[in-house]
Design a protein around this ligand. Sequence first.
Ligand code: NAD
Length: 364
Amino acid sequence: MKIGVPIEIKNNENRVGMTPSGVFELTKRNHNVYIQKNAGFNSGFLDDDYIEAGATILDTIEEIYSVADMIVKVKEPIEPEYKLIKADQIVFTYFHFASSEVLTNAMIDSKAICIAYETVEDADGSLPLLIPMSEVAGRMSVQQGAKYLEKPIMGRGILLGGIPGVPPAKVLILGAGVVGLQAARMASGLGASVHILDINMKALRHVSDVMPNNVISEFSSEYNIRKHIVDSDLIIGGVLIKGARAPKLITRDMLKEMRPGTVMVDVAVDQGGCFETTKPTTHQDPTYIIDEVVHYSVANMPGAVPYTSTMGLTNVTLPYVIKLANDGWEKACKNSAALAKGLNIVKGEIVYKEIAEAFDMEMA
Ligand SMILES: NC(=O)c1ccc[n+]([C@@H]2O[C@H](COP(=O)([O-])OP(=O)(O)OC[C@H]3O[C@@H](n4cnc5c(N)ncnc54)[C@H](O)[C@@H]3O)[C@@H](O)[C@H]2O)c1
């Protein structure tokens, strides 16, 4: 199969859909891989690395879309790409169709085979192509929190781990899923005193089994949240209710209970945020202050660390890319129930219920 990897043209997206190691695995199986010139540069991969792995470099995005049977990328196509996508071409990427009717209509019109990373689903209901990005965001939330706790950027001026003779900072984590566990691992590793809250007892038992003694698990309730916010230095929001907007666990009136310079990192911002005062921010302007509480709520945290994020993402997408390249989409989806869940729009027809429902459209 001919596989094309374009440069990501969405604002501030520095990741790339395939690493040289992925190219190597595909060319070794006699597939042809075409990489757009400089596509990997911001993730730390040079054109020469791709050439050495067996890829052909093409100058323009038009050439990539024109030659490829399958496009492998990171973010959803944006307007200038719509007209480049061909009928019957496989496009394997994050789409998030339910948040854009324009994109949905454009992909219906293209008659392409749209397979969305975010809906590939394992038998236990987990979403394997989303997990690495939550891992990145969870770990990064502590790094960012530690930075914004510094006094010159309006934080409380406390070192997360303390020093001998001086107590560490207190970190409150809401949600003990992928984001929460990774945040707890980082914060506890730095020596902070960590409290992690969830409503799922299985998740709390897991915390209690695997985390060090400076991580305390507790049931999530308004009472417990109110108790902890008064003396927490860093609060991290990592809750998710699948398919729904995040519950507002910290309301506006609760901010005045906190100490000035407390930092709140809302990783769940992409589902509306779990703090009432959350609004999406960017890497250019990541924070704002309300009632002397510092808010960090960047919606695409992994974009700031493209080297790690690209490798994390392509580690999990590559096995599916290989299946699609070897077998074609029909056979690959027949053989893999997880991949079949990724089919969203096929040759002009919506085949994923939630997308049809989101826009009151017909299902195939
Ligand atoms: N901002 C970013 O760049 C970025 C990157 C990756 C993920 N995310 C987002 O982070 C969020 C968390 O993702 P995840 O992969 O950790 O999800 P997850 O499903 O692994 O974990 C979510 C946890 O929240 C818990 N929860 C639900 N309601 C709760 C409540 N009232 N109190 C406490 N816990 C509660 C659930 O029981 C679950 O354990 C999602 O919204 C995800 O989209 C954002």
